[in-house]
Design a protein around this ligand. Structure first.
Ligand SMILES: Nc1ncnc2c1ncn2[C@@H]1O[C@H](COP(=O)(O)OP(=O)(O)O)[C@@H](O)[C@H]1O
Ligand SMILES: [Mg+2]
Length: 237
């Protein structure tokens, strides 16, 4: 049930067909890729190309119609829903366009919440949450509620929340979709810094060309297929 690859994430011949009534909507038509530790892999593609579908499958939030997803070598198709959510909590951090913070909790509590899903919160966990928020420039704002913070600050909380469990994989779906250009660039540079320092693989989904330019690898999706893959050393030429 384990494969021996080093990849935190492997997608093998994945297809996804949504059924709506009698009709089939193929969203992914055979996608294979592997993400490496410490890299940012950008998935670029126009609206409707299958980016969110692919990210949901990578995050085990949904199951493929065909093909397999391996998380740290574990074949997720063999797991039931309970096992899958345990694996997800342990191994995957999510960052969404809409931040998805709990409105009545402070910045710090929002980050701590993500650790409660697994073990109970100990002092070590608490100090990790504090030091991540401090590193992300929110040291003075830990007691503030989301509504008291700007969009960029809220997204930084969401980044801290995604990182605090030391996940193998961080999945970000249009994480800068609600931010202005300058704040977007700041968020992407934080993700870059985090990817090189942590051993996590970051998968960044976006339809904005500019945001993908600093990633290590770009995969272009079109009509549910990989159209092209570009590595950084190709990009730099
Ligand atoms: N729940 C769903 N039911 C039916 N069709 C869907 C569903 N989710 C996505 N689709 C279709 O699958 C295709 C890919 O969608 P999506 O993965 O959201 O693309 P992207 O994130 O690149 O915009 C689109 O044609 C979309 O309409
Ligand atoms: Mg999408």
């Amino acid at each position: 049930m384990k494969d021996n690859s080093e990849h935190p994430l492997r997608v093998v011949d994945v297809e996804k067909i949504y059924k709506v009534g009698e009709r089939d909507y193929p969203a992914l038509r055979g996608v294979s890729l592997a993400a490496n530790r410490g890299e940012i892999l950008a998935i670029l593609g126009p609206s409707g190309s299958g980016k969110t579908t692919l990210l949901d499958l990578m995050g085990t939030l949904d199951r493929p119609t065909k093909g397999k997803i391996f998380i740290d070598g574990i074949d997720t198709s063999n797991l039931n829903d309970t096992e899958l959510s345990a694996l997800r909590n342990k191994k995957i951090g999510f960052i969404f366009q809409s931040y998805n913070l709990v409105p009545y909790l402070s910045a710090l509590e929002n980050v701590e919440l993500s650790m409660l899903a697994g073990d109970s919160l100990n002092n070590e966990g608490k100090s990790r949450a504090v030091s991540l928020l401090t590193e992300l420039g929110l040291g003075e704002k830990m007691e503030k509620k989301p509504r008291e913070l700007s969009g960029g600050e809220q997204q930084r909380i969401a980044i801290a929340r995604a990182l605090v469990n030391n996940p193998s994989i961080i999945l970000a779906d249009e994480p800068t979709g609600n931010l202005d250009t300058k704040t977007s660039e700041a968020v992407i540079s934080i993700l870059n810094r985090m990817s090189s320092r942590n051993s996590a693989a970051i998968v960044l989904v976006t339809h904005e060309e500019d945001l993908a330019k600093d990633s290590d690898r770009i995969i272009r999706l079109r009509d549910g297929r990989i159209e092209k893959e570009v590595r950084k050393h190709d990009k730099d030429k």
